[in-house]
Design a protein around this ligand. Structure first.
Ligand SMILES: *Cc1c(COP(=O)(O)O)cnc(C)c1O
Length: 229
């Protein structure tokens, strides 16, 4: 028996409950189902449960699945680290990128976005925990990157993304989400038309929604645990 549709329904209920608890509408929070490492059959099981947006972060793993599912109008989101020599495949196969953190990658994605496709929707990843191993621009460098990316016609900057240090206790995780929201508000006040806060995973989606998440990225609680990758 495939448990993915019922897991998906559980996650949707959690999202709706968290939104209502925060005084928000359930429709204001989108579920991105993170299907990294999971097979096409699992994606189709989620599809049959009504899911249309899927997130991947290993390009080698994602591309065969995207091609196998090309008959389905799935919205693919790239959430992994960008590499300079692989940006063309991201620009050609995804609708969204959540993990932009370098201008040189933005310039390549802009140039490589196929003209017949709509602009690539983009979130800039912000590193608010100072972990050097992790992607993301610093809060200090953010306004300059926002200004540069906003000029690129092949990209449409939608908002910000962050991943708190997974070792943080809940209060620090929540403070990190609050800080990302504050950064978005500052950019909006300076005239940037941004509407997206991509934050919250299986373990912390309630905290993220309480702090204003508009997209939560959920893998484990939709598809079950991943093997090591
Ligand atoms: C894997 C991953 C997720 C989903 O994590 P879960 O804890 O399995 O829900 C979300 N965002 C990014 C960037 C990821 O790599």
């Amino acid at each position: 028996m495939n448990e993915i549709p019922s897991r998906l329904a559980d996650v949707r209920r959690r999202i709706a409950a968290a939104a209502v608890a925060a005084g928000r509408a359930a429709e204001d929070v989108q579920l991105l189902a993170v299907s990294k490492t999971k097979p096409v059959e699992d994606i189709l099981a989620a599809w049959s449960g009504g899911q249309r947006r899927f997130g991947e972060n290993y390009l080698q793993d994602a591309l065969p699945k995207i091609h196998a599912l090309s008959a389905y109008p799935i919205e693919w989101h790239y959430i992994g680290r960008l590499q300079g020599n692989k940006t063309a495949e991201v620009a050609g196969n995804f609708a969204w990128v959540h993990s932009l953190d370098q201008l040189r990658h933005a310039l390549r994605l802009d140039r490589q976005r196929p003209p017949e496709l709509p602009p690539l929707m983009v979130c800039i990843q912000v590193n608010l925990s100072g972990e050097t191993s992790k992607g993301g621009v610093s809060a200090d460098a953010l306004p300059e990157l926002v200004a540069a990316v906003s000029e690129l016609p092949g990209l449409r900057l939608r908002g910000l993304m962050t991943m708190p240090d997974p070792t943080y206790p809940g209060d620090r995780t929540r403070a990190t989400f609050r800080r990302l929201h504050q950064l978005l508000s500052e950019l909006r006040q300076s005239g940037r038309p941004l509407d997206t806060l991509s934050m919250g995973m299986s373990a912390d989606l309630e905290l993220a929604i309480a702090e204003g998440a508009t997209i939560v990225r959920i893998g484990t609680d939709v598809f079950g645990p991943r093997g090591t990758h």
